[in-house]
Design a protein around this ligand. Structure first.
Ligand code: ZN
Length: 78
């Protein structure tokens, strides 16, 4: 049952990230709109929800633009 427990942990992990990131509900990482449609799950990480913005059309997921995404992003002043 190792796989199952891993999946549960992953679900909890992403749920925590979502709660921290969007305490009032998911909003666009680009324009901040709350007109968001779920677009299925990540192909590799089944707990990772993908979204599309109804305002600007941006595609993003739970980890887009977070430190968890594994990208190196410069710190923005201010
Ligand atoms: Zn948007």
């Amino acid at each position: 049952m190792l796989t199952l427990s891993k999946l549960i942990d992953e679900d909890k992990c992403y749920e925590t990230i979502r709660t921290m990131r969007w305490p009032d509900g998911v909003c666009c990482t680009d324009c901040g709109a709350k007109n968001i449609t779920k677009r299925g799950k990540h192909a590799t990480y089944s707990a990772r929800q993908r979204y599309i913005c109804g305002e600007c059309g941006r595609h993003f997921d739970d980890l887009t633009d977070t430190i968890f995404a594994g990208r190196h992003q410069p710190l923005k002043p201010g």
